[in-house]
Design a protein around this ligand. Structure first.
Ligand code: HEC
Ligand code: HEC
Length: 295
């Protein structure tokens, strides 16, 4: 057939260039695991809060934070790169498995006090950057503390059954019909910043009620109630009110939020870029308005 040598040469050249471009981009994606971005994602994910002891001069991410729940007290582990006390011997694959599947490197299951039911939705690229950031931290030698749980909740193998019932692994899938800002907000609220871990009510076995997304919970952290943040309640707040609250913790009535939400504001929402903060607000405006939990 009549392909001229020049044309054949050209298409070979094109194929070669394409192959090079692909090799180049694959290499770039790998090399790009971006520590600075990872640092931002760790803020958006509130990792500091649960993985740092509550005392002055505590080394960030070296663990020891007590987390009281109806099932007992959990202690956030050391996630610095210390070889014995932290994650120094982990591979990136171990980290991805922990975040996406809630599994330890030895195959045991994590307690969902580690919010992997939300973190499973974090994208591959963001996991890579988070890992790069954790690797860059100064290693802390603080030894992990055993959780202090009421029987039978301390039995790790029971979590397998819990996961069967309530855990849906897999990265967040955007909705092509919705504006980019709402998709970004959905990703932040439901995956990385895991707002639903406190604001979505749970059933008696601690599974999040998907039909009651962000509708408030009677049993939040430390047994306290957490408000409904669907439009039912937030329609009274202007975008400026919401933005002010998420930046400073100040409510339209002049109260300052404290405790659990105070930490979320300090460590997470006040650290978001203006675009991400606007995306969170746009998403909260767009979700279905649900009634409060019955008293
Ligand atoms: C609400 C509290 C909380 C938040 C927020 C949180 N974690 Fe954790 N994390 C835990 C608890 C509790 C465990 C231990 C679970 C267990 O022992 O089963 C844990 C375990 C882990 C582990 C496994 C450590 C090990 O030694 O096996 C990794 C890795 C981890 N978290 C990373 C993160 C990252 C990254 C973030 C932020 C994106 C984060 N966590 C945010 C509570 C939290
Ligand atoms: C660790 C648990 C926890 C997480 C995670 C959390 N919140 Fe909250 N939030 C609370 C609690 C508790 C309150 C009530 C605080 C108060 O009364 O001062 C609250 C209050 C609020 C309010 C004020 C509502 C009102 O009517 O007073 C808004 C808005 C809000 N949260 C948004 C968010 C968003 C957005 C996220 C995710 C970025 C988030 N929260 C994550 C626990 C949490």
């Amino acid at each position: 057939m009549g392909i001229s040598p020049a044309r054949a040469g050209l298409s070979l050249f094109r194929a070669g260039a394409l192959a090079l471009a692909f090799a180049g981009s694959a290499g770039a994606v790998h090399a790009q695991a971006d520590v600075k971005r990872g640092e931002y994602l760790a803020k958006a994910g509130g990792c500091l809060t649960c993985h740092t002891e509550e005392k002055k001069d505590a080394l960030p991410y070296a663990g020891g934070r007590a987390l009281k729940t109806p099932f007992g007290t959990f202690y956030g582990p050391n996630i610095t790169p210390h070889p014995d006390a932290g994650l120094g011997r982990w591979s990136e694959a171990d980290f991805v498995r922990a975040m996406r599947l809630g599994e330890r490197p030895d195959g045991a299951h994590y307690f969902p006090a580690f919010p992997y039911p939300s973190f499973t939705k974090i994208s591959d690229g963001d996991l890579r950057d988070l890992w790069a950031y954790l690797r860059s931290l100064p290693p802390g030698s603080r030894a992990n503390q055993a959780h202090d749980l009421r029987f039978p909740f301390g039995l790790r193998f029971l979590i397998a059954g819990w996961k069967q019932l309530f855990f849906v692994p897999g990265a967040h899938v955007g909705d092509g019909q919705k504006p980019a800002a709402i998709n970004r907000g959905a990703y932040l609220v439901t995956a990385l910043s895991h707002c639903g871990e406190c604001h979505t009510p749970r059933n008696s076995l601690g599974g999040m009620r998907r039909d009651r997304l962000l509708a408030g919970s009677k049993q939040g952290p430390e047994g306290k109630a957490v408000p409904n943040i669907t439009p039912t309640r937030l329609k009274k707040w202007s975008d400026t009110d919401l933005k002010e609250f998420l930046l400073s913790g100040l409510t339209p009535d002049g109260d300052v939020t404290a405790d659990a939400m105070g930490e979320v504001v300090k460590n997470t929402t006040s650290q978001l870029t203006p675009e991400d903060l606007a995306a969170v607000i746009a998403y909260l405006r767009a979700i279905p308005a649900l009634p409060d939990e019955p008293k």
